[in-house]
Design a protein around this ligand. Structure first.
Ligand code: UD1
Length: 344
């Protein structure tokens, strides 16, 4: 029988790609999502890509009774991948309590329900934001956790601690914390991708919207950083590669291969690319010229961060494989497809 995995936030950007990879690997998936930042038709597109329709329940993770009803209805859930969270750094500064409530209470609810329904594993969406500006690059999982720059970042740090404390208290839970670097790109079918609400805050959606003419100009936030070309450096990780990291993490938990009850892995490529390099790579790989200009720095930005992914490479047996050119083309194809569908 197929093993059942609950995916919270499964209609979101990373969640939807992960659902497909779980299905490809033979797992049965139950999605819950409150659709606050996604659309129910993502479920149709997941089915188009994988050929399998996942179960879907519109439930908010803050709704304890609603959540419990899902655990009861889909008996035998083996593990959870917890994506559902608010994720806009700027908004979190404006509305910290929204972030603390959403991101912390959702996890608390899940962790309380897991033992009751004999769900023994959880993979948690963490972020390289927990490192702040690392002193040593590429950054390893041993790097110190720096004071968070935003309430959003703080919720990721606190969530990691909530999981560690819960496991340390003796709860029968095995956890893997995946610290993502900068996920970009879309599914090669162009049926799944990132669909930001309103004006995008993140680089790639803003860039592709500029390229297609929805936005007039891309602002590059700063060219006076201490980097070779002066723009910030990030580790841009293909979203399908990232999705596959979740499958191997789930395999590892269910096959009881963990060395510790809580393990943490960087999920990145190991390669840092500057914002300007990324723009030029986009132009070269798509043939589309981009209208951009250098403006001042954005408050709260980290100068440079990229992963040392060796632990994930060696222990999980996972490695990022997509080229940046293919990844950028996939992001562009997704933007073209959105126009074709009359969405953006
Ligand atoms: C941030 C968070 C990350 C979070 C992610 C999702 C930090 C340190 N990082 O990533 O944890 O998961 O958001 O929302 O909190 N840029 C431009 N012009 C733009 C947009 C971005 O030049 O219009 C630049 C930024 O200055 C930055 C880079 O592009 O240097 C990447 O920005 P972005 O895509 O927003 O991601 P992060 O800020 O790295």
């Amino acid at each position: 029988m197929k093993q059942k995995i609950l995916v919270t936030g499964g209609t979101g950007y990373i969640g939807s790609h992960t659902v497909v990879e779980l299905q490809n690997a033979g797992y049965e998936v139950v999605i819950i999502d409150n659709l606050s930042n996604s659309n129910a038709d993502v479920v149709d597109n997941i089915e188009k890509v994988s050929g399998i329709r996942p179960a879907f329940e519109k439930v908010d993770c803050l709704d304890y009774e609603g959540l419990e009803a899902v655990f009861a209805k889909y008996e035998g859930i083996k593990a959870i991948i917890h994506f559902a969270a608010s994720k806009a750094v700027g908004e979190s500064v404006e509305k910290p309590l929204k972030y603390y409530r959403n991101n912390l209470m959702s996890l608390v609810n899940l962790l309380e329900l897991m033992p009751k329904y004999h769900v023994g594993g959880i993979v948690f969406s963490s972020s390289c934001t927990v490192y702040g500006q690392p002193d040593i690059l590429p950054v390893t999982e041993e790097a110190p956790i720096k004071k968070a720059e935003s309430p959003y970042g703080n919720t990721k740090q606190i969530n990691e601690e909530i999981i560690r404390d819960t496991v340390a208290s003796g709860a029968p839970i095995n956890a893997i914390l995946l610290r993502y670097f900068n996920p970009i790109g879309a599914h090669p079918t162009a049926l799944l991708g990132e669909l930001p609400n309103g004006v995008p805050q993140n680089l790639i959606p803003y860039l592709t919207q500029t390229a297609i003419g929805i936005r007039q100009q891309l602002s590059v936030f700063g060219d006076d950083y201490d980097t070779p070309d002066g723009s910030c450096i990030r580790d841009f990780i293909n979203v399908v590669d990232l999705a596959k990291a979740h499958v191997v993490a789930i395999d590892r938990i269910l096959e009881k291969k963990q060395a510790e009850q809580v393990e943490v892995f960087n999920i990145g490529t190991g390669r840092g690319l500057s914002v300007l390099e990324l723009i030029h790579a986009f132009e070269a790989s798509t043939g589309v010229k981009l209208n951009y200009k250098i403006v001042g720095r954005r408050a709260g930005d980290i100068e440079k961060v990229w992963a040392n992914p060796e632990r994930a490479n060696n222990v999980l047996g996972w490695k990022a494989t997509a080229t940046i050119e293919d990844t950028l083309r996939s992001a562009w194809n997704w933007q073209l497809k959105l126009r074709e569908r009359g969405i953006q």
